[in-house]
Design a protein around this ligand. Structure first.
Ligand code: PLP
Length: 351
């Protein structure tokens, strides 16, 4: 066999160190894992019940295009119809489907540091990458992104809020950027942390999607819905674009169980809002503790915080955090917000 040369410099995804590995290294001490921005709560009870019910139909293929789920998603994004909604095995798959529909050769532009998957998947699907540095406040630099757009640019990926910094851009700034972008360039808004942003000037990208032919937003059930292990995400796209995504999509990639759980979870808007309030409070509590300890951090609008100190500081109290080194922030750590007791251990590590 003759593998593509483009794959030479790509490595399989390296997960952060796991709690059980650390526990094995350090004897009996119990570690908590706050490395992957997972939610500390499980799926909502209604999502678990729906998943359990779906199991008994496991002999059947799932709904190929997830029609009932797409109904619920479009209903919570005013103006959208199911024809504007695509689904995937995680929003990661939606992203891959989007990149698959672009003309080759070509280039994909994204801010950096950002989600490392943008880099690997761009190259795997045969496109070139171009990274654009964040500004000095760790925020996506829209002017620099725009400057980088050229005749071979096929897409711009804007991670909003940005992982690993937790910073966001309000909708009006995204809209101006989208309007200035040539229509041949696809604008992908990765909104994995959409629900966590409390500023009313942020929400509503589906409105922008509906006004355009080349803007898509991707969101996920992996974060606030607590369904990361079931692998399901979605995109909101203009109809013509959604049609192309379905052409590239692997049929039945989203399991019956995941579709059922996601649909039930999406209907529980008040329970989801309650989780967001919890995360917001805990984020403020931790950020105050960092202030008191005179520890530099990037004020966050997500369920994680980037702080300027090494991961070993938190190992003292048995907390594993993501080493900034792996994220383009050497000397920093990205801490996912956990349960109250887990977050207390983060605070205890500061003294
Ligand atoms: C967690 C995360 C996702 C979610 O990926 P899934 O495939 O939906 O689990 C997407 N983008 C970013 C930036 C993330 O941090």
């Amino acid at each position: 066999m003759r593998p593509r040369v483009a794959l030479e410099n790509i490595h399989p995804y390296q997960p952060p160190r796991m709690d059980w590995e650390m526990a094995a290294d350090r004897g009996s001490k119990e570690y908590v894992k706050l490395t992957m921005n997972e939610l500390s709560f499980g799926p909502l009870p209604e999502a678990k019940a729906a998943a359990a019910e779906a199991l008994s139909r496991g002999n059947l293929y799932p709904q190929r295009d997830a029609e009932p789920l797409r109904e619920v998603i479009s209903a919570s994004n005013p103006g959208c119809t199911p024809a504007n909604v695509v689904v995937g095995n995680g929003s990661s798959e939606v992203l891959v489907d989007l990149l698959q529909i672009l003309e080759r050769p070509g280039e994909v532009i994204f801010p950096w540091p950002s989600f490392p998957f943008y880099s690997s998947t761009t190259r795997v699907v045969g496109l070139d990458e171009r990274r654009v540095a964040l500004d000095e406040r760790h925020v996506v630099d829209l002017d620099a992104l725009y400057e980088a757009v050229g005749p071979t640019t096929r897409a711009v990926i804007l991670c909003n809020p940005n992982n690993p910094t937790g910073t966001y851009l309000p909708l009006e700034r995204v809209r101006s950027f989208a309007e200035a972008l040539p229509e041949e360039v696809l604008l992908i808004l990765d909104e994995a942390y959409y629900e966590f942003v409390e500023d009313p000037a942020y929400a509503g990208s589906h409105g922008l999607v509906l006004e355009s032919a080349n803007v898509v937003s991707t969101r996920t059930f992996s974060k606030v819905h607590g369904l990361a292990g079931l692998r399901i995400g979605y995109g909101i796209a203009p109809e013509g674009l959604a049609d192309y995504v379905w052409r590239a999509h692997v049929p039945f990639s989203v399991s019956l169980v995941a579709q059922a759980a996601a649909e039930a979870s999406m209907r529980r808007t008040e329970a989801i809002a309650e989780r967001v309030r919890y995360i917001t409070e805990e984020r403020e509590r931790l950020q105050s503790a960092f202030d008191e300890a005179a520890l530099e951090y990037v004020p966050s609008h997500t369920n994680f915080i980037l702080v300027r100190t090494g991961p070993e500081v938190f190992e003292k109290t048995g907390v594993l955090v993501r080493e900034g080194e792996a994220l383009g922030y050497p000397g920093w750590s990205r801490i996912s917000l956990g349960s109250k007791a887990e977050n207390d251990r983060i605070i205890a590590a500061l003294s």
